[in-house]
Each structure stands twice: as structure tokens, then as C-alpha cells.
Design a protein around this ligand. Structure first.
Ligand SMILES: [Zn+2]
Length: 193
């Protein structure tokens, strides 16, 4: 058997599961991977992919702290959930903007990274169409009405965490300016599963 450098390194420094820190061959061990189960469909236009408990929150924290290689694999759960929900694939992705305190933190913008991950899988653009204000929670980037090209598009707002009030506000903000179809999908939802 030939031992390459990679094999030696694997023996000296075996990769650890990001969640439970046990040695494993990939980012998650089999047991922790098993906790990643899609949430059931509720027939709404605002949904989440995974319960926040278990490995999902660890993976999201790792993405925020700089593990950007996780963006596309994690976005895979969003795309899988889109299919499970029988939602039409979006034509435009809109990341949920961060809240003011978070925007100044050293962590990365997970909603934007996840939107980029979905974009790479579905080949559609990411447009930052929403902005936050201190006085008003969320509003569209444009002031009067939706640009005609966007009004006809299927828009998906991508968020890292499920917060129904915030996500409804994002959906409403785009609908109020004439966006035709706005669905919202978060990566994780607390208190589920
Ligand atoms: Zn594990």
C-alpha cells in the first residue's frame, strides 16, 4: 500500500466532526449528519429548511465564522427544501439584510453567503433588494415600485434564521412595491424538530 502525504496527515491530524468533535472523514460524523432532517411542509410561503437544534446550528455558526466553503453544501438543503415544498425555482434571490448590530460584527453575512450558494446551484442572480432602517425594519431598495423586470420574476428571499415577523416584513416590503411572487426560505428554525 502506498502512503501519500495526505494519508499520513489524516493519521496524524484526523478531521473532526464540526459538531461533536469526534474523528470522522468529513465535516460531520454519521450521527450528527442524521440530525439534519428537513422540516415538514406547512403550506405557507415562508418556511425553513432545518430545525436549529443539533448540527444545523453548528454548521451555520461555522459559516458565519469564516468557513465559506460550507455555503454551497448548506445551500443544498435550501434547494432540497424548495423541491420538497413544490415551490417553483426562483429567478431572483434576495438575501435578508443583517440587523444593525450584526452588520458591524466580525462575523460573516450568512444570509448573503447562503443566497450565493443557492445561486451557484440554480444559476440565478443574487440582488440585494432589501435594506434595513433603524426606524422601519425592512424596506425595498427602490422607493416607488418594483422595476418592471423584477415584477414578473419569482423572487426568493434567503435568510439564515427563521424569525416570522422579520421574514413577513421582508415579504410584505417586496409585495407592496409590486413584486409578483415572493417566497421566503430560512436555513434554520428554532424550537422545531
Ligand atoms: Zn459528530
Amino acid at each position: 500500500m502506498r502512503w501519500g502525504c495526505e494519508k499520513v496527515k489524516m493519521l496524524l491530524f484526523p478531521p473532526l466532526c464540526l459538531h461533536c468533535q469526534e474523528p470522522c472523514e468529513q465535516d460531520l460524523c454519521v450521527g450528527c449528519s442524521a440530525t439534519l432532517v428537513l422540516l415538514e411542509s406547512e403550506g405557507k410561503t415562508i418556511h425553513a429548511a432545518l430545525p436549529q437544534r443539533g448540527a444545523a446550528s453548528t454548521l451555520l455558526a461555522a459559516l458565519r465564522s469564516g468557513e465559506t466553503r460550507l455555503a454551497t453544501p448548506l445551500a443544498g438543503f435550501l434547494v432540497t427544501q424548495l423541491e420538497a415544498l413544490h415551490w417553483p425555482f426562483p429567478e431572483v434571490l434576495v438575501p435578508l439584510p443583517r440587523q444593525w448590530p450584526e452588520a458591524f460584527s466580525s462575523t460573516l453575512d450568512a444570509s448573503f453567503l447562503l443566497a450565493q450558494g443557492v445561486a451557484s446551484l440554480l444559476r440565478c442572480p443574487v440582488l440585494r433588494l432589501l435594506k434595513r432602517h433603524l426606524s422601519h425594519p425592512l424596506s425595498p431598495l427602490f422607493s416607488s415600485k418594483c422595476p418592471p423586470l423584477l415584477a414578473e420574476r419569482r423572487i426568493l428571499v434567503v435568510a439564515d434564521q427563521f424569525d416570522e415577523a422579520v421574514l413577513k416584513s421582508a415579504q410584505r416590503a417586496l409585495e407592496e412595491v409590486g413584486a409578483h411572487s415572493v417566497r421566503v426560505l430560512a436555513f434554520v428554525k428554532a424550537g422545531e424538530g
